[in-house]
Design a protein around this ligand. Structure first.
Ligand code: ZN
Length: 420
């Protein structure tokens, strides 16, 4: 154990109980809640302890800067601290804790960055509360309009503007933030892997110990989107209505879910109905309306659209309507930065991902961005079983430190020439 691994383990221990549900063991860390406030306070304190200057942008993302962020385009590392409902411990926090530990590693090695180094905690990455993923990065880049963001509502009908006010913030200040984005010369987001690509050896067997496969370099994010499907029915008594007289919206849901599965299997992508809203929602009432949300992703945009179109046609046959809520095309990370990372970490496999990330939103906006993925033995994420071994987490910090050392010091031929 050195100081850096001790520091990583201490921070990991600090975060472990925050927002963890006693019953499920999963995390419920939603934007602009008390739990989120505690996480933000924790992040601010960690930045202060390292002498990083904390800045909040117009979306509420937190940036801890080492060096004057306006002196030159900086190198930014970090991720997010929020979670999906009953999420795991690693998705997001691993990147934030690793970034802070990387600052410690640079200090321990007696190094100081030649360009500003930022550690970021992006707010509301999962979209668990207001339904739009990567809200923090979408707002500052203008991909999510300020008025639309303010009017988004959570499950209790609370708007984002109201949530901001409850958190002691002025929602009128929310909006695009070019000054903040301009400071990001390059962004490298370390993240737990959300599949088993690193855990499976090239020969097909489990590979949980090869240090060369502890970390991968991300190449791109698959195209992905969310669609709302509204399925009509007719409310009636569950006991007195003859089977043949029913218009049961839940049966329509079953057909939609099956269609999503079979078209996804047939065409080769992934599709999921993970959230439904049933009206009136009584055990003894035939559903009069079901709203289902479809998430679809794959390597090819064409295939994802083909699956959604097919599901939407099936839904239309049932009288249902399909509305696109979000769509993100394939996001390729910055080729030069990916090559650079691969040069620094030559043993690391190259990996695309089916999950969206703030790094993808920034890349789409033209900010040179890339990712590192840390091996996940189960391949599970968005669940309490999400995991990474402590050893692999430490490998992640070592990899990120190597990257930052090269990108932030005179060793990097590009460090002085990045200007946008
Ligand atoms: Zn994440």
């Amino acid at each position: 154990m050195n100081d850096v691994t001790t520091s990583f383990d201490r921070m990991w221990g600090d975060l472990e109980p925050v927002g963890r549900h006693a019953g499920t063991g999963g995390y419920r860390r939603y934007a602009w809640t008390r739990t989120d406030h505690d996480l933000r306070e924790w992040f601010a304190a960690e930045c202060a302890a390292r002498g990083l200057d904390l800045v909040e942008d117009r979306a509420g993302n937190q940036w801890g800067w080492w060096g004057d962020p306006d002196a030159a385009p900086g190198v930014v590392i970090g991720s997010h601290l929020d979670s999906v409902p009953d999420g795991g411990a690693f998705d997001g926090p691993l990147g934030v804790v690793s970034a802070l530990a990387t600052v410690d590693a640079l200090r321990e090695a007696g190094m100081a960055p030649d360009v500003p180094l930022g550690v970021v905690n992006f707010v509301d990455e999962e979209g668990a509360r207001f339904g739009i993923a990567c809200a923090g990065s979408r707002i500052i880049t203008g991909a999510l309009d300020a008025d639309r963001a303010r009017s988004l509502t959570d499950a209790d009908g609370v708007t984002m503007a109201e949530a901001w006010r409850s958190a002691g913030r002025d929602p009128e200040t929310l909006g695009r933030d070019d000054e903040t984005v301009r400071r990001i010369g390059r962004f490298v987001e370390l993240h737990v892997e959300q599949g088993k690509a690193l855990a499976i050896a090239p020969d097909g067997g489990d590979d949980l110990t090869d240090p060369a496969r502890a970390v991968a370099v991300g190449t791109d994010i698959w195209p992905h989107g969310r669609w709302r499907i509204d399925i009509p029915g007719e409310a009636n008594h569950a006991g007195t209505t003859r089977i043949e007289d029913r218009r049961d919206a839940m049966l329509g849901l079953a057909e939609v879910v099956q269609a999503a599965r079979s078209y996804a299997v047939g065409l080769g992508c992934v599709a999921t109905v993970g959230k439904v809203d049933v009206v009136p929602g009584g055990v003894n009432a035939i559903p009069s309306h079901v709203t289902a949300w479809l998430d679809a992703r794959g390597q090819s945009e064409h295939v994802v659209h083909a699956v959604v179109d097919a599901v939407s046609s099936e839904a239309a046959r049932l009288g249902a309507t399909t509305t696109e809520e979000s769509w993100t095309p394939t996001t390729a990370f910055d080729t030069r930065l990916v090559d650079r990372l691969h040069g620094i970490l030559p043993d690391a496999p190259l990996l695309g991902t089916g999950a969206g990330h703030d790094a993808g939103i920034l890349a789409t906006h033209g900010v040179p961005s890339a990712m590192l993925f840390v091996r996940n033995p189960t391949g599970v994420s968005h669940s309490p079983s999400e995991s990474a071994s402590t050893e692999d987490c430490h490998h992640g910090v070592t990899a990120l430190t190597a990257v930052v050392t090269e990108l932030c010091t005179g060793k990097d031929p590009e460090s002085m020439s990045v200007a946008r």
